[in-house]
Design a protein around this ligand. Structure first.
Ligand code: ACO
Length: 384
């Protein structure tokens, strides 16, 4: 056993950095007991009801709601074909990947590759990082949609600068303009996922940015952290659970058995919220509206039954990932695209946090408490 006294200067905190405050921030506030989420002081409920994803991105980056003129310029920059299109060499690269490559792997690799084509790649000034953030936010939907088309042996659809980010994404996925309900639902889903304080992926992005690395590298770090099933990857796992349950009449029995087996229940629980995640109610409503439109409410019915049973028995509540997949599924989107869609929205938060980190930077470098050996004697290979 190691002499832990050697590390006595290290103050141990709770596992998983629970409750540790690692920095100040002006971007996002969560009240985990009241179930409130604020972006720059604005309640996400108000933003979901009244804002657009584009306006929310502006708010996160600049700290205030835009004037009409500011919003028009911002929307124009985000919608421009020059911002949204992918370099043809990147499209050619995508065609080389095995078709079984998951969309999250493509996103992680594609964002990394995009920096090689970015004219501001070497410039970490605030102005250049903002320009790169515009391009990243505009390019991620094109990348996600292009891979969906390529893996199905179809040509990518060019972005339409007349459509907002949400509608354009759905258009690039299918080649057809989405219904107004689908476009609006998708826009609200993007608003709801745009930022969430120091969650795992944002923290990963900030750690990367704090070495004075660039915004593409920070976003790649964020994507890597988001991919795991304890974080953004949970939205895919939820729908895999729904597919196993299949029939709303079987949902209660299925989830009771899962709880008895002590399974980890995807879409439930949260490090910060002690009540229902405020985003879940919006996504439940949107999934229900879309389910009614396609005349299939079975996903929502299964999830409602599961939520009731889990809340009653375990006192853990739905998080953002419980209902989003049911809404995306109703739009015909493949299950393994749900987490990339999360990233398409969260890139707004990651980039806002990179800007904030670079604005007042100090290297993020915590300690560990060493509990390994301290007196090991090297034995030559011939003697082992
Ligand atoms: N299913 C079953 N038990 C759970 C769950 C869950 N979803 N969430 C918490 N618990 C239980 C744990 O078993 C543990 O019980 P114990 O103290 O008796 O051992 C207790 O609650 C605390 O759980 P931890 O995992 O230590 O809580 P932590 O804060 O580390 O985890 C997390 C938070 C990872 C989100 C967890 O709730 C979880 O795994 N949820 C399922 C995955 C998920 O939905 N992730 C998405 C979160 S939202 C987002 O990232 C976008």
């Amino acid at each position: 056993m190691a002499d832990t006294a050697a590390n006595s200067q290290v103050n141990l905190i709770k596992a998983g950095l629970e409750d540790a405050v690692v920095s100040t921030s002006e971007i996002c506030f969560i009240d985990g007991h009241k179930g409130r989420l604020l972006y720059r002081g604005f309640d996400v409920d108000d933003l979901a009801a009244q804002s657009t994803f584009e306006e929310t991105v502006y708010l996160l980056w600049h700290g205030h709601l835009p004037t009409k003129k500011e919003l028009a310029a911002h929307v124009k920059a985000l919608s421009a074909t020059a911002s949204r299109r992918l370099p043809s060499k990147l499209i050619a690269m995508l065609r080389q990947f095995p078709k079984k490559t998951t969309p999250m792997e493509i996103l992680r690799t594609g964002v990394s590759a995009l920096s090689a084509f970015d004219p501001d790649a070497d410039d970490n000034s605030r102005e250049a990082t903002l320009r790169k953030s515009v391009r990243l936010t505009a390019q991620l939907p094109t990348l996600v949609a292009a891979w969906e088309r390529i893996r199905r042996g179809r040509p990518p659809v060019a972005p339409n600068p007349k459509l907002n980010l949400a509608a354009n994404f759905l258009y690039m996925m299918t080649g057809k303009k989405p219904t107004p309900l689908a476009a609006k639902t998708f826009d609200v889903a993007l608003i709801l996922h745009a930022d969430h304080e120091f969650n795992a992926s944002t923290f990963a992005a900030r750690v990367t940015a704090a070495t004075l690395s660039d915004v593409h590298s920070a976003v790649v770090s964020g994507i890597g952290a988001l991919k795991g099933p304890l974080h953004g990857g949970a939205n895919e796992q939820v729908m895999l659970m729904v597919d196993k349950i299949k029939d709303p009449a079987k949902a209660e029995g299925w989830i009771k058995k899962a709880m008895a087996d002590k399974a980890r229940l995807m879409g439930f629980g949260h490090r910060v919220y002690r009540v229902e995640d405020p985003r879940a109610k919006h996504l439940r409503r949107l999934a229900t509206e879309l389910g009614e439109q396609i005349d299939n409410l079975s996903y929502v019915e299964i999830l409602n039954t599961v939520a009731k049973a889990v809340t009653a028995e375990k006192h853990i509540y739905p998080n953002v990932d419980l209902y989003s997949g049911a809404a995306y599924r109703a739009m015909g989107i493949s299950t393994d695209q749900f987490t990339p869609i999360f990233a398409m929205s969260r890139v707004a938060g990651w980039t806002a946090h990179v800007l904030e980190q670079h604005g007042n930077n100090r290297l993020i470098r915590p300690r560990s408490e060493y509990i390994g050996a301290t007196e090991a004697r090297y034995v030559p290979l011939s003697e082992r």
